[in-house]
Design a protein around this ligand. Structure first.
Ligand SMILES: Nc1ncnc2c1ncn2[C@@H]1O[C@H](COP(=O)(O)OP(=O)(O)O)[C@@H](O)[C@H]1O
Ligand SMILES: [Mg+2]
Length: 266
């Protein structure tokens, strides 16, 4: 019998010396870090720096070539993977493109229970109730029966978040969730992320746009060529000089306002 209740531990995720090797090359090299209870992370880095790979490892979709990952103290590879996956919600654009556009919003969200795209099993009443609850929260109820492809980009993103929420995960991982959104839809979406955090969830998300780092984000990881350049408290990471370096832009200024960071490229 277990004597330690890992759900209560402070460390919700721990990566130790993880690497990803493809075609004899390191895509991710020797990364270690941990994420504690109450922390919300933004990952910043240029295209190809390994952000998506890293999220795939963290969400147990890809097994690291070297090193290990623990989620709530349970090691990836030594624990039932479906149990681990219930603890983490994943939102990625990749999933969005995989959808058959005819699937209605209700079923897109419901499919989260079956870790699959499309429905292969009969849903139970509690699952249908949960989907209803999520649709209310995400303001999707009026379009429950509409085909996914008829939704706006912003609504589609919300539906994918809904799919990630079915098991009430503590941690939500999002890969560039704001791509393709106009400014108003993006703000609306970021407000939802803020609400989820206020509800007790934690997020890790990837972005190229520093203005998307909402006040609720507490930590930032700066990635470069498959490695962590620096990571730590947001205030220490959001420095003009290192952002200029990590984003690869020479002429870049930044203004802090209401807990957000507004860039100006010139
Ligand atoms: N299946 C693969 N095999 C080999 N290399 C890959 C594969 N998928 C991605 N890569 C490479 O790995 C690097 C990191 O990719 P990725 O994590 O998607 O970067 P990011 O999300 O930061 O833009 C890139 O250089 C990419 O070309
Ligand atoms: Mg990516």
């Amino acid at each position: 019998m277990e004597t330690i209740n890992n759900e209560e531990s402070q460390e919700i995720l721990k990566a130790e010396n993880i690497s990803i090797i493809r075609d004899k090359h390191y895509i991710i090299k020797d990364i270690s870090f941990s994420i504690n209870k109450g922390e919300n992370w933004a990952i910043i880095g240029r295209n190809g720096s390994g952000k998506s790979f890293m999220l795939k490892i963290l969400s147990t979709l890809v097994y690291p070539s070297e090193g290990s990952i623990s989620i709530y103290g349970k090691k990836f590879g030594e624990t039932n993977i479906w149990d681990l996956r219930k603890k983490i919600g994943v939102v990625s654009d990749r999933l969005q493109h995989d959808y058959n556009g005819n699937t209605c919003v209700h079923d897109v969200i419901l499919s989260g229970f079956f870790s699959s795209i499309g429905l292969h099993q009969d849903a139970q009443q509690w699952q249908i109730d949960r989907v209803k609850e999520i649709m209310e929260f995400l303001r999707l109820t009026p379009m429950a029966n509409r085909p996914f492809e008829t939704l706006s980009q912003g609504e589609q993103k919300r539906a994918l978040i809904g799919r990630a929420l079915v098991f009430k995960p503590q941690l939500i991982i999002l890969d560039e969730p704001c791509s393709g959104l106009d400014i108003a839809s993006r703000d609306d979406f970021l407000n939802f992320l803020g609400k989820m955090i206020a509800d007790g969830m934690q997020i890790i998300f990837v972005t190229h746009h520093i203005e998307e780092i909402i006040p609720e984000i507490t930590h930032v990881m700066l990635m470069e060529k498959g490695k962590i350049y620096k990571s730590g408290k947001k205030e220490d990471m959001m420095k003009r000089k290192q952002l200029r370096y990590i984003l690869g832009v020479e002429k870049f200024k930044m203004k802090e306002k209401k807990g957000r960071y507004w860039p100006r490229y010139y």
